[in-house]
Design a protein around this ligand. Structure first.
Ligand code: ZN
Ligand code: ZN
Length: 257
């Protein structure tokens, strides 16, 4: 299994997951042209992509689903509430393959499990992917690391996890009070500290790599996110994995799991 974060942040999110038989995009929040450029930078073409799995209907996750579906015949997968919300937001009658939240399904040679997360959307999910005894978990928009989320993400070999903001930077920012409240709330976005606390529950001997995602441009810095999280996970008695950040403006390396 290979994966690449094509980019992550409030201006667009997309992760490529590739196995010998399947090529998936998890969300497609950049424009069509930008997504194709980034796919090519990772060594792939849109013709190779089988399906886009949609985590939730916010525009930074769905911007190019219609164009990619129509131009390249890429299937769209979502739960029913998200599918309806996407149709409404994009004002189009898109056809979806519907999955059930918290119910694993097989796509070619990969087992996908969408799991429920707290976020201010219709029925938001994170995903786990299992192939050849390896597990990748992706959770980018969640306000609160519930015990159900911990349970779904445990035993991962690779994790892509939101580390949205530094709470102090957020409070000092000039953002309106209501937006601050939304971000900090249980249905908002995960802070560096919350991401670190969640990761310290997910540490185990085989966890190889963690990629921090959806970093706020205004209320976070990659080094601050890394330092905060490394400090939290280093309190545990388990050696912690390599932690990196994803970026908004460029793709990550192509990781091999
Ligand atoms: Zn969102
Ligand atoms: Zn988002």
């Amino acid at each position: 299994m290979k994966f690449c974060v094509l980019g992550s942040g409030s201006r667009g999110n997309s992760v490529l997951v590739k196995t010998p038989k399947a090529c998936l995009l998890i969300d497609s929040g950049f424009s069509g042209a930008e997504t194709i450029t980034r796919l090519e930078q990772a060594g792939y073409s849109p013709e190779q992509v089988d399906a886009i799995l949609i985590s939730h209907e916010h525009i930074d996750h769905i911007r190019s689903v219609k164009i990619l579906h129509e131009k390249y015949n890429i299937s769209l997968f979502a739960n029913r509430s998200t599918a309806n919300a996407v149709r409404k937001i994009l004002k189009t009658k898109l056809s979806f393959k519907i999955f059930l939240t918290n119910r694993p399904f097989l796509f070619k040679d990969i087992v996908v499990e969408p799991f429920s997360v707290f976020h201010d959307a219709a029925e938001p999910v994170g995903f786990t992917f299992k192939h050849n005894n390896l597990k990748l978990s992706i959770a980018t928009d969640l306000g609160f690391p519930s015990s159900a989320v911990k349970e779904k993400m445990k035993d991962s070999d690779f994790i892509v996890l939101e580390s949205n903001h530094d709470e102090e930077m957020l409070m000092k920012s000039r953002r309106p009070h209501v937006l601050k409240k939304r971000i900090l709330g249980r249905h908002g976005h995960l802070s560096n500290t919350s991401a670190g606390n969640l990761l310290s529950h997910l540490l185990h001997g085989n966890l190889q790599k963690v990629i921090l995602a959806h970093l706020s441009q205004e209320c976070n810095r990659p080094k601050l996110a890394l330092d905060t999280i490394q400090h939290i996970v280093s309190q545990e008695d388990i050696p912690f994995p390599k932690i990196e950040t994803a970026f908004q403006d460029r793709i990550s390396p192509l990781y091999t799991a």
